[in-house]
Design a protein around this ligand. Structure first.
Ligand SMILES: *Cc1c(COP(=O)(O)O)cnc(C)c1O
Length: 420
């Protein structure tokens, strides 16, 4: 495969940007080789600058539920361009997007729009501290909630891919406000609450983990978190930046029938443009400025282009409830028969092929995977025009644009690897 243009761009990029990329996992450090510089996308495929075509299983790391350039989203963006790109004053569209989110996500009564998932999670844990008057946050090993100072403790995603310890540059005083526990172990949660329950403001969790590879919640785990947080007066925060509108229109909380106090959203709600949100109980959200004392703001928050793309996306989801059945079928077909030496974790259209015997129930399990075999697997697929996430510790995403032919091609490429 000719990747001369990508190589040339990567050389230049490394001189002007740390590691040549604007977000670490894009650099292929987990698998080696040259990251492809992408020129354009169409449906379930994208094309690099050397004109190689790939079936895209990254989907911009989650947002592209309908693949690249869905017409509804393009039309919405084009229409709003005529009106202006930013006003720094409220618009009717923001009310509309808020209403669409509230109508879809069971626990959200009020919502605030921000620009990234990082901001949403940072704001949600601040709000939880302000609401409860407590300082501590419980998170889980391998969950990623953006690069928030106090949440870069035992974080997943790029932090796991690069095998970094907790990030340099985070003051100890910040990381001391975070208690990181193993996922799917309620006994540990129970005992930490017995010791320090009156200091814990919130428990934040990816209800289905995507950032340590895909790891589903153990039966009863989320229910247990709901019960324990309620008992001790702490808030339960579901980080649904990845799972929101992906696992179901109402996210993981709809799938598992659990109402968190606060929810963070991102990715899909921007339709491929930068937007995120946090929302939840009205009595909690009312503490956010200017209606309450917890400060949070944003110059470009509620940006017209991003909000319009988000509205188009959420309306399209509302109009196509069959989407989730299609995603389920396609992804089930993709992951049905993992070759020997791998196991698959899958929930809906999120999945990870782990190079190990399994089961993978938490971050320690995930870390037992053979990452050098994964790297070979990744490049084997890439050579066959299948673009998986370039890390063992990320989930792949299937979109409604992925055709049966895309899936067949991918299944065949996966099968070819095992018989090498
Ligand atoms: C992607 C992600 C984030 C961070 O969102 P950004 O927009 O990259 O800041 C937070 N939480 C989860 C679960 C995510 O998947």
């Amino acid at each position: 495969m000719n990747v001369a243009q990508s190589e040339a761009l990567f050389d230049r990029a490394k001189r002007v940007t740390p590691g040549g990329v604007n977000s670490p996992v894009r650099a292929f450090r987990g698998v080696g080789g040259t990251p492809r510089f992408i020129l354009r996308g169409e449906g379930s495929h994208f094309f690099d600058v050397d004109n190689n075509e790939y079936i895209d299983y990254i989907g911009s790391w989650g947002p592209l539920l309908f693949g690249h350039r869905p017409k509804a989203v393009l039309d919405a963006i084009t229409a709003v361009l005529e009106l202006g790109t930013s006003f720094g004053a409220p618009t009717g569209r923001e009310v509309e997007l808020a209403q669409l989110i509230i109508d879809a996500v069971p626990s959200i009564e009020m919502v605030r729009l921000v620009n990234s998932g990082t901001e949403a999670c940072m704001s949600a844990i601040r709000l939880a501290r302000g609401f409860t008057g407590r300082d501590l946050t419980v998170k889980f090993d391998g969950c990623y909630h953006g690069h928030v100072d106090s949440l870069l403790v035992k974080a997943g995603s790029g932090v796991a891919t690069l095998s970094l310890p907790d990030s340099v540059g985070v003051p100890k005083a910040f990381s001391d406000t975070t208690i990181a526990l193993p996922l799917n172990d309620l006994d540990v949660v129970e005992s930490i609450f017995k010791q320090r329950g009156n200091q814990i403001a919130s428990v934040i969790v990816e209800p289905v983990v995507g950032n340590m590879g895909c790891i589903p919640p153990a039966p009863g785990f989320l229910e247990g978190l709901r019960r324990i947080t309620e008992q001790y007066g702490a808030l339960l925060i579901f980080d649904e930046v990845m799972t929101g509108f992906r696992l179901a229109r109402g996210g993981a909380q709809q799938m598992f029938h659990i109402k968190p106090d606060l929810t963070t959203l991102g990715k899909i709600i921007g339709g491929g443009l930068p937007i995120a949100a946090y929302g939840g109980r009205a009595d909690v959200m009312s503490k956010v400025a200017p209606s309450g004392p917890v400060y949070q703001a944003g110059t470009l928050s509620g940006n017209p282009l991003a909000v319009s793309a988000g509205i188009a996306m959420l309306r399209h989801i509302e109009d196509h409830p069959e989407t989730y059945d299609i995603l389920e079928q396609r992804t089930a077909a993709l992951t049905a028969n993992p070759p020997a030496g791998m196991i698959v974790n899958r929930v809906g259209s999120m999945a990870t092929f782990f190079f190990q015997a399994g089961p993978v129930r938490n971050a320690d399990d995930a870390r037992r995977s053979d990452t050098s075999m994964f790297a070979k697997f990744f490049h084997h697929l890439l050579e066959r025009n299948v673009y998986f996430p370039p890390s063992q510790y990320e989930a792949l995403f299937v979109s409604a644009a992925h055709s049966a032919a895309d899936i067949d091609h991918t299944v065949q490429a996966i099968r070819d690897f095992s018989i090498q």
